[in-house]
Design a protein around this ligand. Structure first.
Ligand SMILES: [Zn+2]
Length: 78
């Protein structure tokens, strides 16, 4: 499982429903080696890459599957 801790800052105009700027900062990232690497072929060369770089989320191994934890959300008006 890949684990990411993220800090989010949203800047919005006064009275607006949605922020016009969202800043996401990754505070820490931890990952483990892929459990089921995918074989890719390019110009007669073969190479194995982590399934997290190639497959959709529902087909990734549990080592590559990202878990994102938002540690803090700061909302400001500008
Ligand atoms: Zn994987």
């Amino acid at each position: 499982m890949s684990s990411f801790h993220v800090h989010v800052t949203e800047v919005s105009a006064p009275g607006a429903e949605r922020p016009w700027l969202t800043i996401r900062r990754v505070l820490s990232a931890e990952s483990a080696p892929c459990l089921s690497p995918v074989l890719i072929r390019l110009a007669e060369r073969h190479r194995q890459i982590a399934c997290g770089r190639r497959l959709p989320l529902d087909k990734q191994c549990r080592a590559c599957l990202p878990v994102i934890t938002v540690t803090e959300v700061r909302r400001t008006t500008a």
